[in-house]
Each structure stands twice: as C-alpha cells, then as structure tokens.
Design a protein around this ligand. Structure first.
Ligand code: PLP
Length: 302
C-alpha cells in the first residue's frame, strides 16, 4: 500500500532512569494518516484478497467510535471500493452523527444501523443474507478487521530494527494484532498485551490466531471496560503528551502506556530491560471522546 518507514520515539522519564529500563515507542500511528496504525496492517492483505476476488464492496461491523470503521471507510475511498458499515446502536442514527461516523460517510461509507440485540447476530447466515439482498455481493471483513490475513499483516509490525528489545507492549481489542506481533517477534522477546476491555474470552481467541506462546495478557489496566475513562487516565494521557510529545488515545494506547509505567514502578521488569511500546494508533477517537467529556464537564484530552 504505502512505503513503510518505521519511526521511533525514546521516552525520557526519571522513573525509567531510576529503574534502569529503557522505553521506546514504535510510532505505527504515523504509518498511514487517517488509517490508524494497526488497522492499516490488518486491512493490507484483506484489500489484496478482495481485489483478487474481484469484489467491489467491503462490508464490515463496528461501534460508533470504531477505528476500524474509520479506517475501512478511508481505505475504500483510496483503493476504489464501496464500503458499508454495519453500526451497533440504532440510536446513533437519529442523533447528529458523531465525528467518526460523519467522517466515514464523507469518505463514502454507507451506514447500516442495527440494534444492539441484532448486532450480536451479525454473522448469522440469515442476517448476512439480508445484507446481501440489500447491498449485493461483498467482501466481508470481520469486526475489528480481525482474521488470519490481518494477523499476517500485523506480523509485519516487527522488523530487524526491533531485535534488541526484551519486551514489547501493545493494546488488545480482539487480539489479532497481538497474535501478529507474537508471530513476528524474535526468539526470547516477551510480548505483553493490555486488554482494553474486561473479560476472559481473549486468551482463547488469541490462541486461535497464533500458536506462539511468547505473550501474556496484563488484565488490570482496562479502567472499567471498553472506552471507559477515568479522570486519572485523562490526566496521565495529557501529562504524557506534554513530556514526550506523543499523543495517546484514551481507548487503547493510553491504557498501555499507563500500565507499562505502572509495571516499571512495581519492578516487573529486570533492570537493563529494553521495552518497546507499539503505538497502534486510534487518535481519530479523540475528537468524539472530547465531545463526550465536554458534556460531562470533565477535563478534555489534549
Ligand atoms: C483496534 C485497535 C486495537 C486492537 O486491535 P486488535 O487487533 O483488535 O486487538 C489496538 N489499538 C488501537 C489504536 C486500535 O484501533
């Protein structure tokens, strides 16, 4: 798709010096502006497959703030596909569309709103048949874009420049990105996944995507669940941006950075460890999240 030049930022904090641990951020969010870092990786081989199958339409699923919906809409525009987004929550249709969804529409995506109950049945043959009757033939991208082709794309996040890191950390939604990184990692590297949501289902899902066992999930940093924020997290993200010049998103990467530094504080990593945090993107969600925080009268994200 585009040329892929890796970019890194070294984080400089007194805590890291004190613990003799280095922290580098791999700036995947800069990879493809508008297509959030890992969502680009996940789409890459799917778009090739859709083209090879002579499909003209991509259909996929997501919530109202979904980075994957945003990425698919833009990728469709760039690579010449019609796109259809099946969106969880009928109520989102009647309100003025939020930032993520109005941008998706601007990029040509057709939105198909369904109730939360209907959304649960989204991959049933009956529902897919209905969609086919409405929209014709399509290439189906699963929720979050997560399938084996996505895992293959995410394995490419890691390259030879990353060989000297002892640990790698990244956010987990469906786990396909973690599985790809686990596949792409070098022997001896440990991968820490930080789930952005509550629940025990992830472990099994990830095992279905990879047979590697070089990873583990750090489950204490979801801040109450998917897209849940606390004032402490917002403060952390804003402070992190001031000190390191790296913007984090509140749903995924902010929680990873918070968790990683908390683990450093708790001496989880041996002195001399070299940590690589993979910035998976997600910054398009900031605007929508700030709309929400503003209504609550809370501190906004920078
Ligand atoms: C979607 C997303 C993730 C989660 O990726 P999975 O492969 O579903 O685990 C992580 N970070 C960001 C910024 C994302 O948009």
């Amino acid at each position: 798709m585009s040329q892929e030049i890796a970019s890194y930022t070294q984080v400089d904090l007194p805590l890291l010096k004190e613990k003799r641990v280095s922290l580098t951020i791999k700036r995947e969010e800069l990879l493809f502006p508008g297509i959030s870092g890992n969502k680009y990786r996940k789409l890459k081989y799917n778009i090739e497959a859709a083209k090879a199958a002579k499909q003209r339409t991509l259909l996929t699923f997501g919530g109202g703030f979904s980075n994957h919906i945003a990425a698919t809409a833009l990728a469709g525009k760039i690579y010449g596909f019609q796109t259809i987004g099946v969106i969880r929550g009928e109520e989102l249709e009647s309100k003025p569309l939020n930032h993520t969804l109005s941008k998706a529409v601007a990029h040509g995506m057709k939105l198909h709103f369904v109730s939360r109950a209907a959304y649960k049945e989204k991959v049933s043959p009956c529902f897919l048949g209905e969609l086919e009757a409405l929209y014709g033939d399509f290439y189906l991208l699963p929720e979050g874009g997560s399938n084996d082709l996505a895992v293959r794309g995410c394995a490419e996040i890691i390259n030879v420049q990353d060989k000297h890191f002892s640990h790698m950390a990244l956010a987990v939604g469906t786990g396909a990105t973690l599985a790809g990184v686990a596949e792409g990692a070098f022997p001896g590297q440990q991968i820490l996944g930080f789930p952005a949501l509550k629940g025990d289902f992830l472990q099994k899902d990830i095992c279905n995507f990879t047979s590697q066992r070089n990873w583990r999930l750090m489950k204490d940093y979801h801040f109450g669940g998917y897209a849940k924020l606390t004032p402490e997290l917002v403060r952390f993200i804003n402070e992190f941006k001031r000190t390191s010049q790296v913007a984090l998103d509140p749903i995924y990467t902010g929680k990873v950075a918070f968790g990683l530094l908390d683990l450093v504080r708790k001496d989880y990593f041996p002195s001399g460890s070299h940590l690589l945090m993979i910035h998976t993107g997600g910054l398009q969600a900031l605007e929508g999240m700030n709309e929400k925080l503003k209504k609550q009268g809370s501190e906004l994200l920078l």
